[in-house]
Design a protein. Structure first.
Length: 652
């Protein structure tokens, strides 16, 4: 059977990520994509990664650490044993057993092909049965497996923590996946009846994937995605009820309900429920000559519980595309004198700088009562009034939700809970529906905040600013860190305001649509403005719950700055971050834009706990940077490391 069209593959692997994210699965995105494009009988070269000795139990679900210390050779032997068992007990005729060719890679030696786990069919072998979509059986030999089978006492080739194997899709599912953290999920699905499994395969509804913590997809959604994808790979359309039933029948017929059991470990305990032997399944990519889980991750949840910080008296400005103040994530209940309650938005001020030109702004500055006249010109009434206009672009709402959203019990398994969920917000709009704007609008917003604070005397009305925007830096035009927006950000910091900026998404050049490396693509100097300003807290992105494993995201701009300063200052989660969108929606976005508000929230918590930090942005930055968790990467990639809010609060 041929593969599915690329757009269909992307639909399941990318578009449905609102309910599932490819990086959550031990079988990586590239592996699934290979089977999707080439067909389920493809046999790509795969690298199986043995789980490390130490593992976060939260990442293993119900798994235990009992067998995580198994050596690579022991694990290779177990995989070979399971392949032998699977092939000595062939599946129904429709299932084709593929050759599993492996490559021995001895350290320091040349790769040598060998057939410890199988070889190509002999010339007289009738070959695999034809795959026909939407049919449950075809004519063909009962055993179309390889001529040479692996022996249970013969381990697959391995080097370091890696094992090399070349399975077809069903072998991947029945041999490899049960040895990963998704083993229990696979078993869960196979225990379901055809009707239950078909029902589970229904097209995903929004928001079903996220647990109460708000970041990690739920097990039910992972099971649903897995079997929807398998059915589609075999030719059935899981969006149709009749096809889902046939897909469920195929799953039970070909995968069976009796997966191989894990061996008994050295302690004599049955290890059938112990997963995590294989940490990841990766595509062994073509090598050529070298011509060339998010609030929890930054410990915001622990910090809130341990320190009970009240930030309701603080205000943070979000300079972005706009915050939809009607969204439930920003509503709070207010008790009235008559005993009734009403909802009030924590987005207490909205100004649209896209509606004013710099010349008009300057004219207002030269006159009397600048602040009131400006707010009267471009300010908006609160939601409910006739003058409120919701933003046309959801980016700012998403950023604000990460910073200060509070939408508990929004859905059965979901919530939007920002880092600092009682913070007051100012919505300063500088980009429009397209997500693009002019630097001058950003300059006006920064100057406005400085003027407002100066008018208020010693008491700052705005404690901090989040700028999840990027202005490309041209080294031929400006000295690094001295562009107009960098200078204005510097002035604002020196006036006592914390300024947090996204590092930018210029870490990798994807202008040609490629996400592969071959001597091109990587951007060594990619920090954008205002992140180039030394006083600004510049934030790069990392994985939302495994930053120590993945480091800085491929898209996250790396340092040094063009004049040699190390940047970014910190990393925070920026991949697949769930937050508020639209008027009452919920969705995931990627980018350093999503990383920056985690740091803004951390800064607000520091000021909320110790009021003496108000007006001392340098001290706030020092606390956040000095308590970050070193991820063992170059400083120009990770800055000082991963944001750790709990440690920063402890340091006060």
């Amino acid at each position: 059977m041929a593969g599915i069209p690329p757009e269909e593959a992307e639909r399941f692997l990318v578009t449905e990520r609102i309910d599932y994210d490819a990086t959550d699965c031990p079988v990586r995105y590239e592996v699934w994509r290979e089977y999707a494009l080439k067909g389920p009988q493809a046999t790509p070269h795969l690298l199986l990664e043995r789980a490390a000795e130490r593992h976060d139990p939260d990442q293993l679900g119900d798994a235990h650490a009992t067998n995580l210390g198994r050596s690579t050779s022991d694990l290779a032997l177990e995989v070979a044993r399971r392949l032998t068992t699977a092939r000595d007990n062939p599946l129904p005729p429709r299932q084709v057993q593929s050759s599993v060719r492996v490559t021995r890679r001895d350290p320091g030696g040349e790769p040598q092909a060998y057939a410890a786990a199988g070889s190509a069919p002999s010339p007289g072998d009738p070959g695999p049965a034809a795959q026909t979509p939407n049919e449950l059986s075809t004519d063909g030999p009962a055993d179309a497996g390889p001529a040479t089978r692996p022996r249970p006492d013969e381990a697959l080739p391995h080097f370091g923590d890696w094992i090399v194997i070349q399975p077809n899709l069903v072998e991947l599912m029945t041999v490899v996946l049960p040895l990963t953290t998704w083993g229990p999920l696979l078993e869960r699905g196979l225990r379901m009846s055809n009707d239950e499994l078909a029902s589970l395969m229904e097209p995903p509804t929004s928001h079903q994937a996220v647990t109460a913590e708000g970041d990690v997809p739920s097990r039910g959604a992972n099971v649903a995605w897995l079997f929807r994808f398998l059915a589609r790979l075999q030719g059935w359309d899981p969006d149709l009820a009749s096809e889902r039933r046939r897909g469920a029948e195929w799953v039970h017929r070909n995968l069976g309900t009796d997966l191989p059991q894990a061996p008994v470990n050295a302690a004599g305990r049955a290890a059938g429920d112990v997963t995590g032997y294989i940490a990841s399944v990766n595509l062994d990519r073509l090598v050529t000559t070298a011509v060339s889980f998010s609030s929890r991750t930054v410990k915001a949840d622990v910090a809130r519980k341990a320190f009970h910080i009240d930030c309701s008296h603080l205000t943070w400005a979000v300079i972005d595309s706009g915050i939809d103040a009607r969204h439930p994530a920003f509503q709070e209940r207010v008790e009235l004198e008559d005993g009734t309650t009403r909802l009030r938005s924590r987005v207490v001020k909205t100004l649209d700088f896209t509606a004013i030109e710099m010349s008009q702004f300057r004219a207002l500055q030269r006159g009397d009562d600048f602040i009131n006249r400006l707010e009267g010109s471009i300010g908006m009434e609160p939601p409910g009034g006739g003058g409120y206009l919701p933003p046309a672009n959801s980016h700012g709402t998403h950023v604000a939700g990460i910073l200060a959203g509070d939408w508990r019990n929004a859905h059965e398994h979901n919530e939007v809970r920002g880092v600092c969920p009682d913070l007051r917000l100012w919505d300063l709009r500088v980009v429009g529906e397209s997500g693009e704007g002019l630097e001058s609008r950003l300059l006006m917003a920064l100057q406005y905040i400085r003027e407002v604070n100066a008018k208020g005397g010693e008491a700052l009305q705005v404690a901090g600013v989040n700028v999840s925007l990027s202005v490309p830096y041209n080294a031929r035009a400006y000295a690094c860190g001295w562009t107009p927006v960098c200078q204005e950000a510097r002035r604002l910091v020196r006036s006592g305001v914390v300024v947090v900026a996204a590092a930018g998404n210029s870490g990798f050049d994807t202008s040609d649509g490629a996400i592969t490396t071959g001597g091109t693509g990587f951007q060594g100097v990619g920090i954008t403005d205002p992140g180039n300003a030394s006083e600004v807290i510049t934030v790069g992105a990392t994985h939302r719950f495994q930053p120590d494993r993945y480091g800085a995201s491929f898209f996250s701009s790396k340092g040094p700055t063009a004049d040699g300063r190390p940047k970014p200052d910190l990393l925070a989660p920026g991949e697949g971050i769930y937050s508020a969108v639209g008027r009452d929606g919920f969705g995931a976005k990627d980018g350093t834009s999503q990383a920056a508000p985690h740091v803004s929230g951390a800064a607000a918590l520091l000021i909320g706990r110790n009021s003496e930090l108000m007006g001392q942005p340098e001290r706030v930055k020092e606390l956040l940077v000095s308590t970050a968790t070193d991820l063992g990467r170059d400083r120009n990639f990770q800055g000082s490391g991963l944001l750790d809010i709990f440690r920063a609060l402890q340091a006060l």
